[in-house]
Design a protein. Sequence first.
Length: 57
Amino acid sequence: MQKIKLNCSGCGRIIESTNKAVKFTCPNCGEYEIWRCERCRKFSRSYRCAKCDFIGP
């Protein structure tokens, strides 16, 4: 079974553990899946939707 690597939409780092990361759909287009690591959430770093270029905190 191949392990899927997930990257944080804010910093681009590989997400090691999904228990402290969050996943949600883009609040603008609702079509792209956004992943945020614990560190980016803690420091309110921005992220960008790859589908519609929405930038959010």
